[in-house]
Ligand binder design. Structure first.
Ligand code: ADP
Ligand code: FBP
Ligand code: MG
Length: 495
């Protein structure tokens, strides 16, 4: 193995057969001669009987599990889990938890399990909650968190800590961490939050502090790359079914009934795609990644008319970020941003409903009945379903094992079904999006039987610009052992 390159965010290790480890930072990278201690889990009756409970220092997880027989072993991440030695005495740990950005089902479960893991596994009793997102570090009192306080919070939606957008002031946040004597910071949030966590880590390191910074990715839109899926996503898809069912019932019960459902997804249409695939009642699904047009031959309005004539009703699911190019053409309020700097989107569901009504209003021979449902905040605010609860538990435990082991500057994440530690820069460098030239979108098109709304020229452009599925027949580059070049062809939609 050779350590060939790296910076303060990611240490790259090359091994045989084209093996690459994208490793995370550790205290020992910038603080010499730190003492270590035996992991208290050794004497924990629940875990001490588990064979090989501690993760081997050389265990790593491949980013891609499907590889060509002649292909390189590719990128790997450090496997998450408890280590033999820890870098903190239990009594010395002073941890804090913060939640930032929009709500997502499962936030309270993650908070609960961080507190319980620190307490029950590592004997840590000092855990603080930061009130109301990043700005809470310097503008609000903290909340004391104990297993008793968090006991039943997983049954509630939202976050007991509160959350916010904006307010990220790195110097003030790090001053507050330093002043309070906090030495483990677990930050739960989406792409913006993880960018914020990354700069906090940089500043902590610049000041030479023994403070571990760990992120837990939260994104209901599933727009964070590398990880299999984000917590709360399955809950959102499940809850979206209720809105789609309602739209279907309404549409079926009226003459020329049209049910329109807007689902979350600013830049990524995963919720809309999976909710559509799961429901089977949807006639057409529109997502930000797939352009569409309304008027004329092959357009959306023609398709709606066709479906109404065939079936007497139809259901349209639209992700909030779909068709924004069409909206901005017809409205003034462009370029407004929220406190975090995210572009504010206009209500595409309302817009498309008006456009459909206008279109059929001009046709004397076709009266339609359109009902528009926007379940966004109802979906976001519910508690997580059982599978997400288990997932949240594992993420929380992985984060705690990592910080106790002296790792820092990392995000935990599920990669190919395994818990891993991922360098911040890998998850903030780009967005996870539906690849419309991949199989999953093709499955959706064949299930709804909707047109792709793409002319062949657009399709060609999409094929060129989207990351392609690596293992299409005859498409895999041969592994050349000497080359250190690595291109990340991450497949957003795994087939
Ligand atoms: N590039 C950035 N650098 C530092 N902080 C950021 C950055 N982008 C967003 N943040 C902060 O992260 C928090 C959450 O960001 P936001 O985009 O609202 O939600 P999410 O994390 O869910 O994407 C906010 O407090 C915001 O100020
Ligand atoms: O109304 P808010 O709170 O700004 O949130 C709306 C946005 O939040 C989301 O649910 C998630 O966004 P984040 O991941 O950035 O928090 C988006 O789908 C939606 O556009
Ligand atoms: Mg975001």
């Amino acid at each position: 193995m050779t350590m060939s390159s790296g910076d303060i965010h990611m240490k790259i290790v090359h091994g045989d057969g084209g093996y690459i480890l994208q490793d995370i930072p550790h205290f020992s990278d910038y603080i010499p001669s730190l003492p270590t201690y035996p992991n208290p889990l050794r004497s924990n009756p629940a875990y001490s009987v588990v064979k090989q409970y501690f993760v081997d220092v050389d265990d790593t997880v491949p980013q891609k599990v499907v590889v060509h027989k002649d292909g390189p072993r590719g990128v790997h991440f450090r496997r998450a889990g408890p280590r033999q030695k820890v870098y903190f005495k239990s009594d010395d740990v002073h941890a804090c938890i913060v939640t930032c950005g929009g709500l997502c089902p499962g936030l309270n479960t993650v908070i609960r399990e961080i507190v319980c893991s620190l307490s029950y596994m590592y004997g840590v009793n000092k855990v603080l909650g930061i009130d109301g997102g990043y700005r809470g570090f310097y503008s609000k009192n903290t909340i004391t968190l104990t297993p008793k306080v968090v006991n039943d919070i997983h049954k509630r939606g939202g976050t007991i800590l509160g959350t916010s957008r904006g307010g990220h002031d790195t110097a003030k946040i790090v001053d507050s961490i330093q002043d309070r004597g906090i030495n483990q910071v677990i930050i739960i949030g989406g792409d913006g939050t993880q960018r914020g966590a990354s700069v906090i880590y940089e500043e902590i390191r610049r000041r030479g502090l023994k403070v571990a910074i760990a992120g837990i990715p939260k994104t209901i839109d599933n727009d964070i790359p590398v990880i299999d899926r984000s917590f709360g996503f399955d809950t959102a898809v499940e809850e979206a079914q209720r809105a789609i069912n309602a739209a279907h019932v309404e549409a079926e019960s009226a003459e020329n009934g049209i049910g329109v459902v807007k689902l979350m997804g600013r830049y990524s249409g995963f919720i809309a795609m999976y909710a559509t695939l799961a429901s089977r009642d949807v006639d057409c699904c529109l997502i930000p990644e797939s352009p569409f047009y309304l008027e004329g031959k092959g357009g959306l309005l023609e398709f709606i008319e066709k479906r109404l004539k065939e079936n007497g009703h139809m259901v349209l699911v639209i992700a909030e970020g779909a068709g924004q190019d069409l909206l901005t053409e017809s409205t003034q309020h462009m370029n407004q941003k929220d406190a975090s700097g995210n572009k504010l989107l206009q209500d595409v569901g309302l817009w498309i409903s008006h456009r459909i009504k206008d279109h059929f209003g001009r046709k004397n021979n076709m009266v339609i009945n359109l009902k528009y449902i926007d379940p966004t905040y109802m979906i976001r605010a519910i508690p997580s379903i059982a599978s997400d609860n288990v997932y949240c538990t594992l993420l929380a435990q992985s984060a705690v094992h990592g910080t106790m082991a002296g790792y820092t500057g990392f995000t935990v994440g599920l990669v190919n079904g395994r818990q891993t530690y991922i360098p911040f820069n890998r998850i903030t460098e780009r967005q996870n999006q539906v690849v419309i030239t991949d199989r999953m979108w093709a499955r959706l098109l064949s299930s709804t039987n909707q047109p792709s709304f793409m002319n062949p020229r657009d399709a060609k452009v999409a094929k060129k610009t989207e990351p392609s599925t690596q293992l299409l027949d005859g498409n895999t580059p041969k592994y050349e052992p000497k080359s250190e070049n690595h291109t990340d062809n991450h497949i957003a939609t795994k087939s």
